[in-house]
Write a protein that binds this ligand. Structure first.
Ligand SMILES: Cc1cc2nc3c(=O)[nH]c(=O)nc-3n(C[C@H](O)[C@H](O)[C@H](O)COP(=O)(O)O)c2cc1C
Length: 399
């Protein structure tokens, strides 16, 4: 049975959710599931905006058929060719053989790489600022390369002021009936997943996201329809402001994340003492994470939120504790930048973790590493409490 939501007089949500998938992109845990959004507009011509992941093919095809209610499908607009949004494109073309595929020039070869149906004869190729009229509705296309793939574009309906934003403004999390952000406590229940989605999926491409945001600043957006997560019809600027911060690598909050890698607990002990001294000095909302049991995507997301990052690692086989090394390399490849960092190292016979962490961090952009790294020899001793206190003071001074 179909399961659709009416968004306004002409627009329907025909997507669905997957609550079984453990890892999005086979990399990111999604305990709250994920939605794949697709939309149908009924005008003089009918339009489908993107498709869905193959996991929900059956539900999606029923949804499209139900909304079309016997009408043919005239256009499919392909804003993004990543398989979680295009897996059912071939089936749509098979079911609606007259459909025309609206996409930009970079999309065509990608469609032909994924599919055999040969899109060229049915493609309407659009460029930046091109328009398409479907009767009452007029659409304008804006290219958004690398938000998150090179062919990405967004589509703006000038009639109802709707932005179909592709992966921008998406989030992890299944839809639970309330598809509108204003029906949810987004800040309480969704913001962390939304930040984790942005920072891990799109965060590497901050400058590309900023370019898109500049284009969008000229538009009056009344309805924001991303490819994952809730649809926005109010407070859109609140969410755009988050994107302005995230894409410019500005911290969302003046706050401290301490991430430690510890085998026997002594580095952990130092991390906890530092957290207490920060709290003593008035720092609120300090967060402490064990890198061995926390997924790196959570820590990358926290690094986008917090202004100050502390990394504390035991020395491991003459290097950095392995999950800490993995985290730092992941942060580097996700373009984490513009943060103040403090370092703690530990070891029993040849301590190298701090120097090696500093080497990775100094390859990241605009990272300030505070002087006076703390070196622990096996366990924290009374005389080191002064050093830890001094580190807390140095962090507070730069907060
Ligand atoms: C597999 C393994 C490799 C280690 N390699 C080193 C090393 O190369 N240099 C060193 O000084 N300590 C090394 N250590 C010892 C720990 O780094 C050291 O005992 C440290 O104090 C542990 O901190 P923790 O209590 O936070 O786990 C190693 C420990 C393990 C289990």
């Amino acid at each position: 049975m179909y399961c659709v939501k009416k968004i306004n007089d002409d627009l329907y949500w025909v997507g669905g959710s997957d609550r079984r998938l453990a890892l999005f992109e086979n990399a990111y845990p999604i305990p709250r599931g994920i939605s794949y959004n697709s939309y149908v507009m009924l005008d003089e011509k009918t339009v489908l905006f993107d498709t869905v992941d193959r996991a929900i093919t059956g539900q999606f095809l029923e949804n499209v058929e139900a909304v079309l209610d016997g009408r043919n499908l005239d256009y499919i607009i392909v804003n993004h060719m990543e398989p979680d949004h295009c897996a059912t494109l071939g089936e749509i073309v098979r079911r609606y053989p007259d459909v025309q595929v609206v996409c930009n020039a970079k999309t065509v070869p990608i469609i032909n790489q994924f599919y055999e149906f040969g899109v060229d004869s049915r493609a309407i190729i659009v460029k930046e600022g091109d328009t398409l009229s479907t009767g009452k509705h007029n659409f304008t296309f804006y290219l958004a390369p690398m938000v998150h793939w090179p062919e990405v574009m967004v589509t703006y309906d000038t009639t109802d002021k709707v932005l179909f934003s592709a992966d921008a403004f998406g989030t992890f999390g299944a839809m639970n009936g309330n598809i509108f952000a204003d029906e949810l406590n987004f800040e309480r229940d969704w913001l962390d997943d939304s930040r984790r989605y942005y920072s891990n999926i799109v965060g590497k491409y901050g400058p590309s996201t900023m370019t898109l945001l500049k284009k969008l600043a000229t538009l009056d957006i009344q309805l924001l329809c991303p490819l994952h997560g809730p649809v926005w019809r109010s407070d859109i600027n609140w969410y755009v402001d988050k994107y302005l911060l995230w894409s410019s690598y500005e911290p969302e909050e003046k706050s401290v994340m301490i991430a430690y890698g510890s085998i026997y607990g002594n580095t952990e002990n130092a991390a906890n003492i530092l957290a207490c001294r920060l709290a003593d000095q008035g720092v609120k909302n300090v967060v402490v994470y064990d890198v061995a049991v926390t997924h790196p995507s959570v820590l990358i997301s926290e690094a986008f939120r917090c202004s100050h990052l502390v990394f504390a690692s035991a020395t491991y086989n003459s290097g950095i504790f392995s999950s800490m090394e993995h985290l730092l390399m992941d942060m580097k490849s996700h373009n984490v930048q513009n943060r103040t960092v403090a370092l703690m190292e530990n070891g029993t016979w040849g301590i190298t973790a701090g120097k090696k962490m500093a080497e990775i961090i100094s390859q990241m952009k605009n990272m300030t590493i505070l002087d006076d790294m703390i070196t622990i020899k096996s366990s924290v001793k009374e005389d080191q409490l002064t050093e830890i206190n001094a580190m807390a003071e140095a962090i507070v001074k730069t907060l």
